[in-house]
Ligand binder design. Structure first.
Ligand SMILES: [Zn+2]
Length: 171
């Protein structure tokens, strides 16, 4: 059992076993593809905590690691982190223009109000930098080539699984 977190939105996933050779995952929440680090020793603290005493017991019975094993483990961890970092950078290089983002979200000049379900909205966004919920609005911020786009959603609709876009502006 291992836990991996999406580098873009932080959603975490529990995997029964690590995919062969590391592999990649597509985040169900935001659609980001990211690398799963290869096996590198004990699971992260969060996973051990979630696993409870069973996890601790398994670790106890694990044969003691040699220094060489530890070094290889460290290298694998660092390589995994580097791959994830490069993927994040590579994704960030591809920031859309403001116009492209609007098209991506289905906003057309003179068109009516745009509404879709939450999953579709997340897929269309691709990634976002942060979001906040305030009073009756949910704000999403997405880096675009000209700066940053602010997408304002209706909070009531959002809590019912619908993304109703009230406003999009370039900041
Ligand atoms: Zn995600």
């Amino acid at each position: 059992m291992m836990t991996v977190a999406c580098p873009s939105c932080g959603a975490s996933y529990r995997l029964k076993e690590r995919p062969e050779g590391g592999g990649t995952l597509t985040c169900k929440r935001c659609g980001t593809r990211f690398a799963v680090p290869e096996d590198s020793g004990p699971p992260p603290r969060g996973a051990a905590h979630a696993g409870g005493e069973g996890g601790a017991a398994r670790r106890h019975h694990r044969p003691s690691g040699t220094p060489t094993g530890l070094v290889i483990g460290l290298i694998v961890v660092l390589a995994g982190a580097a791959i994830v970092g490069m993927l994040v950078l590579a994704t960030r290089e591809k920031a859309p223009t403001y116009a492209e983002l609007k098209t991506q979200l289905g906003i057309v000049p003179g068109g009516g109000q745009v509404e879709m379900d939450e999953t579709e909205f997340m897929q269309r966004m691709g990634e976002f930098d942060r979001n906040t919920t305030m009073s009756i609005y949910v704000y999403f911020y997405r880096r675009v080539q000209e700066g940053e786009a602010e997408i304002v959603l209706d909070r009531g609709a959002w809590e019912n699984g619908r993304a109703r876009i009230l406003q999009i502006t370039l900041r």
